[in-house]
Write a protein that binds this ligand. Sequence first.
Ligand SMILES: [Zn+2]
Length: 80
Amino acid sequence: MPLPVCVKCRREMRCEKNSFAVVDSAGVWDGDEYACPGCGVEVVVGFGAHPYVQPHETGFNREIARVLLAGEGLRLEEQR
Ligand SMILES: [Zn+2]
């Protein structure tokens, strides 16, 4: 069962985009965006063990701007 499964629809999700970035306080993470063919819910999964760019590294802010402007990522909302 290599693919994410939608609990609501009980269907395997489809990969919509490889290399979809998620930005959090630790850095920029590389994952894959999946969507449910039934209800359309979207998730990002398959992150590596570490962010590929961290806040102390040169180019951190430039990489965030690049992925957000290109629609190739999102900034994680903080937990409430
Ligand atoms: Zn679904």
